[in-house]
Ligand binder design. Structure first.
Ligand code: GLC
Length: 727
């Protein structure tokens, strides 16, 4: 390995003892110790399964303190910490590492900065609906400025797990079901997190995750097995991680899941052949939490020692919190089970990233002084508000939006006044009180409305709802999910609305007044009745700290929604996984009984991938194609035929109707978001290289076939102009 720091790395390695090398591979979280007799993990289980109440849990936690294992740190048995987000603690621990250990190797501090640190921006699934790489990079830059001020050196993001199953709670954390969008989203995030210079005080290393194909967990059940053809793995799942590696991500986190029976944490083909061999990755790998030790549960390792040995040999550099490495690596090397050069390679990967971050020259990359006024700056809130506006998707509008300032409005639903819920999953550095709720936003906008939560103890308060609805002309019904209902360990077998929410909506519809539904959720929901009976539906997702202000801007027309769905909204939970880039089958669903469909649901989704409305309208015409030497140029005219300016995402899909392996009926190849004034028309052209039309044949050869193709251009996967082409 040649590189700027290799001599320094080799010199350090020559001075390190086996114990110190094993220490560099160890990442710990602040463990919690207190007056409770059981482990913190057991205490959590006791609370989750109801053996102790939340109040009892909180009381016990009040007795807890964080144990940072300083004695281990001083002994050189610690390389990194996870989950410490304050400058004082970071610098205190760093000082021990640098000044009180034998070699003074600085610590690496990792943290989950998934969609903002204190200035929480929309959840990734939401932000992906903006179809705007510049925005994705911008919000990542804000996250980096705040998180690094708090002492973070590496974020465990971006998450680019393609997910086609709405039951999986972690669909909220990535860019949806399409591999191109996840690739572009991830690369933009890597650029935003890492900046121009990784050693700069406001840059942090990106750790792309979860490598690989975690989003294909069987049945959408978190941590479940992943089993697929290598063709599908290479075509539909690996590209998004590769895009992040090519964008310069300096860390990769292997996923909890197995791939075809071999857990990613010990998957040598994945971590050495693909990641390092084929993609040339020379950063570090860090396991997911406890994942190395869990290879025993997977049925791959007989015990923790064997799990440690397999992981190290597979190319897993750092052990996040399982302790399998620190317990076993020295012995494994001493008894010859693992060669010392294998250990040295892992240590070298970690030292390389520490050098690149500038930690050896500037181990204290932040200060309490800098941290003090680094958070929630007005310009950061402005970015969060822009992102929340652009993430929203207008799904239905029967001329009821935008609202008039003097309209008599009633607002219903507990989520309307909820602040904390607006952060969504994985906002661990945030304070929910920083959030602007929908009602806060309406107040700030100076609009008059009356509010009734409408649901008390899980039941609809019909009298209160009826009274409030009687005093208004337009009813805003706020529905969706609490933030705990998506994210990690939050799979749902039933993705319909909670019954009380559905009952509230049905009661409001019965009044005969127009009902505008606003959705705060972390995944696609099966909401056919809402789609049918609401006068308007605005998908706002979990929009972050500026939720209420962004929603007020959209509801009253200060902003025009322009988002497009990056996930399919199925009609029923039982249709999952449901996604646009599907293959046709020999009997594509149709009127005839003997075709691929369900007896009890329609064929089409409630809302398709790529779909989203605007307060204006766009018309497409003039589609054409030119065959170049090694690409097609596909173009179309798009005109704003409405009354006001707006954004439109022009999408370009392709189909290979006769290939050696069946190809998707549509596959996104490119897109462009355009802003058009009323009446303005623009021609949009896409250059599609022939090579990008290829796929893996039965023998895993990447082939680009001559013959017929069909291109599709439009503002949704379900509404396109088609153009035939011959390669
Ligand atoms: C979690 C998640 C991973 C996260 C890590 C550290 O279990 O799977 O996404 O980065 O632990 O918190």
């Amino acid at each position: 390995m040649s590189g700027k720091y290799e001599d320094k790395i080799q010199k350090l390695l020559s001075e390190m003892t086996l114990e110190e090398k094993a220490g560099q591979l160890r990442q710990c979280g602040p463990s919690l110790v207190g007056a409770f007799e059981v482990s913190f993990e057991e205490l959590l289980d006791m609370m989750f399964d109801g053996r102790i109440s939340q109040e009892e849990f909180n009381r016990l936690m009040g007795t807890a303190k964080q144990d940072f294992r300083e004695e281990d740190l001083k002994a050189g048995r610690m390389g990194s910490y996870n989950g410490i987000g304050d400058a004082a603690t970071v610098n205190r621990l760093q000082k021990i590492a640098v000044e009180e250990t034998r070699l003074g190797i600085p610590l690496l501090f990792g943290y989950d900065v998934i969609h903002g640190f204190r200035t929480v921006t929309p959840i990734p699934l939401a932000e992906s609906c903006a179809w705007e790489p510049e925005l994705w990079e911008k919000t990542a830059r804000v996250a980096a400025k705040e998180a690094t001020a708090a002492g973070v050196h590496m974020t465990f993001a971006p998450m680019v797990d393609v997910s086609k199953d709405a039951r999986w709670g972690r669909v909220s954390e990535g860019a949806g079901e399409d591999v191109l969008l996840n690739s572009l989203y991830g690369a933009a995030k890597v650029r935003g997190f890492q900046g121009e210079d990784l050693s700069a005080e406001d840059s942090m290393a990106a750790c792309v995750k979860h490598f690989a194909a975690y989003g294909a967990a069987e049945a959408g059940r978190d941590y479940n097995r992943v089993d697929m053809s290598l063709q599908r793995l290479w075509e539909e799942y690996l590209p998004s991680y590769k895009a992040c590696v090519e964008a310069g991500a300096r860390a990769v986190m292997p996923a909890f899941n197995d791939i075809n029976g071999v857990p990613c944490s010990v998957n040598k083909w994945l971590l050495r052949d693909v990641l390092r061999g084929q993609w040339g990755f020379d950063g570090m790998t860090v396991s997911d939490a406890n994942a190395i030790a869990e290879c025993v549960n997977h049925g791959i390792a007989a015990d923790r020692a064997e799990a440690a040995q397999m992981a190290l040999e597979a190319g897993m550099d750092m052990d996040m919190t399982s302790e399998a490495y620190i317990e076993n690596v020295v012995q494994l090397v001493k008894k010859g089970a693992v060669k010392e050069e294998v250990l040295d390679q892992a240590v070298a990967d970690i030292l390389r990233v520490k050098f690149e971050l500038g930690l050896f020259d500037h181990p204290y990359k932040t200060s309490e002084e800098r941290e003090k006024d680094a958070m929630l700056r007005p310009e950061y809130r402005a970015v969060a508000r822009e992102a929340a506006v652009k993430s929203a998707v207008l799904l239905k509008n029967e001329k009821v939006l935008p609202l008039k300032k003097d309209a008599k409005i009633a607002v219903f639903g507990e989520l309307a006044a909820a602040r904390e819920e607006m952060t969504g999953a994985w906002a661990i550095g945030a304070d929910g009180n920083d959030c602007v709720s929908l009602t806060d936003g309406l107040d700030a906008a100076g609009v008059s409305y009356i509010y009734e939560a409408g649901i008390k103890d899980g039941a609809v308060d019909e009298a209160a709802v009826g009274k409030t609805a009687g005093e208004a002309e337009i009813l805003l019904c706020v529905l969706g999910e609490h933030k705990e209902q998506s994210g990690e360990a939050a799979s749902r077998a039933d993705i319909t609305l909670d019954p009380s929410q559905q009952a509230l909506f049905d009661l409001l519809v019965k009044t005969g007044k127009p009902v505008v539904v606003i959705l705060f959720n972390g995944r696609p929901l099966a909401i056919p009745q809402i789609a049918e009976k609401a006068a308007a539906v605005l998908e706002a997702w979990h929009p972050g700290v500026e939720a209420g202000n962004a929603l007020a801007d959209l509801l009253y027309g200060k902003e025009n929604p322009g988002g497009k769905l990056t996930v399919t909204f199925p009609f029923a939970s039982g249709q999952c996984p449901m996604y646009y880039a599907h293959i046709n089958t020999g009997r594509p669903g149709g009127k005839s009984k003997f075709t691929s469909k369900y007896l009890d649901t329609p064929l089409e989704p409630v809302y398709p991938f790529g779909y989203g409305l605007s307060y204006t309208q766009f018309a497409y015409s003039g589609e054409k194609i030119v065959r170049n030497e090694d690409s097609f140029t596909v173009s179309v005219k798009v005109k704003n035929v409405g009354e006001r300016a707006g954004d439109e995402v022009v999408q370009c899909y392709v189909r290979d109707p006769a290939a050696k392996r069946a190809r998707p009926v549509k596959l996104l190849k490119d897109f462009l978001k355009v802003h058009l004034e009323a009446g303005q028309e623009r021609e949009v052209a896409f250059e599609v290289p022939f090579r990008s039309l290829g796929y893996y044949d039965w023998d895993m050869n990447y082939v680009v076939e001559e013959g017929e193709y069909v291109f599709y251009l439009g503002g949704s996967s379900a509404e396109c102009l088609s153009i035939p082409a011959v390669l």
